[in-house]
Design a protein around this ligand. Structure first.
Ligand code: XIL
Length: 319
């Protein structure tokens, strides 16, 4: 695709898809996912998270993550790896331990060294730290932050750089798509904090879980990306794109959705540092949206019956 290194779709391990309708759809699903004319990149939506990769202290399990990593290798897709340090989907033992700064530093370092080390050389990029910011742009009061302050962010990036020197190291978050928002300002501060400390950060991932009714414009996206790259990060990407609709779908909200997808694609094509776009899955029944945002859905490009949304053709035109 012109201007982008990749256009891709994240996917889950079949056993983890909470809303999987019926196995008969998997053959059609897999055919689309693996078709190089549709997607040149993938990300595991769950399998590389702490819950799966270190379910017990010091016990590592790569089975779930390998399903998608293996699929990427077998089908020649770029692999984005997600996510090393995140406050959600942590293993229960992490939540239940009483940490001191020393023990938590050691646990983060061990986790990142093992997990990023395991996939060394196979990840185009790693989401090293995910969602470290609150809605008001201040640091999220996660267990990592409560024990170590912003030091945990530096530590995670340093450990990732050591474990997989060839992977691009990303800060990834949602709600950082608009140029003037307090949360985008927080992300800019976080990037600057790492740069000032001499810690390597190569990219910022804008998750882009958007809403069809109130989406950013292409110019919004361009301005935000330019603000990040002005701080010295080499690249930016849309890492978890979906555009949810107030159900039921109709011609109007599908047109708004198509506009939203168009704005992202137009902006990414326009900004040289925008390396790519990843959909957070591509098939509506496998989307996380209906479980997370009751009453909303149809956020991806393929409907339940495998026909495509109007946004699909808009994207083809834009690239
Ligand atoms: C979501 C997955 O899609 C769901 O299957 C899971 O139950 C919860 O996590 N931001 C992220 C992703 O960085 O990891 C989240 O993925 C969606 C929000």
């Amino acid at each position: 695709k012109a201007g982008l290194q990749y256009f891709g779709a994240a996917t889950d391990t079949p056993g983890q898809r909470e809303r999987a309708p019926f196995p008969a759809t998997y053959a059609t699903y897999s055919a689309i996912l693996t078709n190089p004319r549709e997607f040149g990149q993938t990300t595991p939506t769950n399998g590389m998270k702490w819950l799966f990769t270190e379910p017990e202290a010091g016990v590592f399990n790569y089975t779930e993550g390998e399903v998608v990593a293996g699929l990427a290798a077998a089908t020649g897709k770029t692999l984005r790896c997600h996510a090393l340090v995140w406050h959600n989907q942590l293993a229960p033992w992490v939540e239940n331990t009483t940490w001191t700064p020393d023990t938590l530093r050691a646990a983060i370092t061990r986790h990142v060294a093992n997990v990023a080390g395991h996939w060394k050389g196979r990840c185009y990029a790693w989401d090293v730290v995910n969602e470290a910011l609150d809605e008001d742009g201040t640091y999220r009061k996660s267990l990592f932050y409560n024990v170590l302050g912003e030091e945990y962010i530096k530590l995670a990036f340093q450990a990732a750089a050591k474990a997989d020197p060839g992977a691009k190291l990303y800060y990834n978050d949602y709600g950082i798509e608009r140029p003037g928002s307090v949360k985008t300002a927080g992300a800019l501060r976080l990037v600057k904090m790492l740069r000032d400390a001499g810690v390597r950060i190569d990219g910022v991932g804008m998750q882009a879980h958007l809403h069809a009714d109130v989406h950013p414009t292409a110019q919004d996206h361009v301005d935000t990306m330019n603000a990040f790259t002005a701080l010295g990060v080499a690249e930016v990407a849309f890492t978890e794109l979906d555009v949810r609709i107030e159900m039921p779908v109709n011609a109007t909200n599908l047109a708004w959705q198509a506009d939203s997808y168009r704005a992202v694609a137009t902006a990414c094509v326009r900004v040289p540092q925008c390396v790519g776009i990843t959909l957070w899955d591509f098939y509506d029944p496998f989307s996380w949206v209906p479980d997370t945002f009751p009453g909303q859905g149809a956020a991806l490009l393929w409907f339940d019956n495998f026909t495509v949304h109007p946004a699909y053709d808009v994207l083809i035109d834009t690239f």
